[in-house]
Design a protein around this ligand. Structure first.
Ligand code: HEM
Length: 406
């Protein structure tokens, strides 16, 4: 028998502006909470140890695309079966053995050598984008740098012309709003479904064209893998291109934005980083921990299991609160203190287990190059206003804008 717990109302727009005092209070109350997330409530794990073990536990499923439709009125859910089906083809929403097979194929495009090979391109891109800022006296770092930079890189990796960037950014935003809102609306579902249909059409044509004209890009690599006799259906191929574009943009831009905002709020630590650029590796890990761009992930129970001493029934969802786990005092000494030299920083910003972020090395490379360049080229940079506004999405954490004086 599972008792009916009290729902904790936690996530108002105001709390999303600064969730950390709330995380600290909930850590004191325990590792597991039944949180109100709009129209429904869901078990949510705050403890680092439990989040990590749940993400690795095969008794839980990552297949949750269908569940995303639940906040919609029952009478309207059928209109969005295509949305759930298309999202269900993304690696992140698959279970073994399909996940294992596809992940193995995609890993080839994200090998350490492949990512390190991108270093000169990322450095050149950052240089190109920061030069115009060096001529001005103020800027919005989100719109002028953090937002466009990672999408440029991922478009280049996929071999897609930069002129199409705005179209992709708009499609990506529609998917992110749908994924990131606990109270998803019919309008958000419609926009996300239209975006996925548009993206699939685009990649159908692009893949056909690339088959005739292969290059040195990720799409050609995926086609080659297919040609080598591995099974990657056409639809899976389009879905992975979309997922990579989405993941490469929506998260890394917030690593750069959240990271730079945090650095500006900690001038002494930032001055030390400027003096000792070799600190950038530990600094980026700490910024990922301190202001995690992905605040949570979800799993669905394949069977009834015990989590933090409580039996949770089959088919229920569980949230792993990655952003809260990254501030768990049982795991991190002084979790609310920024320590750019923190060692053994086993944060969960990229999750854990079989779905550990495939783009982690790419994100680190981009974050390290972007943040170090910002800190070194603009030693006098400061925040232009008292407090920039955070986007009120629940799953992704990022700033709407970051006005600075250069
Ligand atoms: C700071 C930047 C990034 C953060 C914080 C981040 C975070 C995450 C997290 C938390 C997951 C796992 C979710 C889960 O366990 O359910 C994940 C998976 C994934 N990420 Fe990232 N990510 C970042 C950048 C990237 C980039 C640059 C790419 C690719 C271009 C990428 C591609 C993916 C893919 C394809 C998956 C699914 C992996 C799988 O299911 O096996 N990510 N990411």
């Amino acid at each position: 028998m599972v008792d009916a717990p009290g729902r904790k109302v936690v996530f108002s727009d105001e709390v999303l502006q600064d969730p950390y005092p709330t995380y600290a209070r909930l850590h004191e109350e325990g590792p597991l909470h039944f949180l109100d997330v709009g129209k429904w409530a869901v078990w949510s794990i705050f403890s680092h140890a439990e989040c990590s073990s749940i993400a690795k536990d095969p008794r839980l499923s990552a297949k949750r695309a269908q569940q995303m439709l639940l906040p919609l009125p029952i009478s309207r859910q059928a209109e969005f079966s295509e949305l759930a089906r298309m999202l269900g083809l993304w690696l992140i929403f698959m279970d073994a053995p399909q996940h294992t097979r596809l992940r193995k194929l995609l890993n080839k495009g994200f090998s350490p050598a492949a990512i390190e090979g991108l270093r000169p391109r990322v450095e050149a891109m950052v240089d190109l984008m920061l030069k115009p800022l060096q001529r001005g006296s103020e800027a919005d770092l989100m719109s002028e740098f953090a937002n466009p930079m990672p999408v440029r890189i991922i478009l280049e990796m996929l071999g897609i012309p930069q002129e199409l960037r705005d179209m992709f950014v708009n499609w990506s935003r529609d998917i992110a709003v749908f994924r990131g809102s606990p109270d998803r609306t019919v309008e958000q579902a419609q926009a996300a479904q239209d975006a996925l249909i548009g993206l699939t059409d685009f990649f159908r044509k692009t893949v056909a064209e690339r088959r005739r004209n292969k290059g040195n890009d990720l799409i050609s690599l995926l086609i080659d893998i297919e040609d080598e006799g591995e099974v990657l259906t056409e639809e899976e191929l389009y879905a992975q291109c979309i997922a990579l574009l989405f993941a490469g943009h929506e998260t890394t831009r917030n690593l750069i934005g959240n990271g730079m905002y945090t650095l500006l709020k900690h001038p002494e630590e930032t001055a030390e980083l400027r003096e000792k650029p070799e600190m950038i590796r530990t600094a980026v890990e700490e910024l990922l921990r301190y202001e995690s761009p992905v605040q949570l992930t979800a799993r669905v129970l394949k069977e009834e299991i015990e989590v933090c001493g409580r039996r949770i029934p089959k088919k229920w969802s569980i949230l792993c609160m990655l952003g809260a786990a990254n501030r768990d005092p049982k795991k991190f000494k002084d979790p609310n203190r920024l320590d750019l030299k923190r060692l053994n920083n086993e944060h969960l910003a990229f999750s854990a287990g079989p779905h550990f972020c495939i783009g982690a090395q790419l994100a680190r490379l981009e974050g390290q190059i972007a943040l170090l360049n910002l800190v070194q080229r603009f030693p006098a940079m400061k925040l232009a206003g008292p407090r920039p506004e955070w986007a009120s999405t629940f799953g992704f954490r990022g700033l709407k804008s970051l006005p600075v004086i250069l």
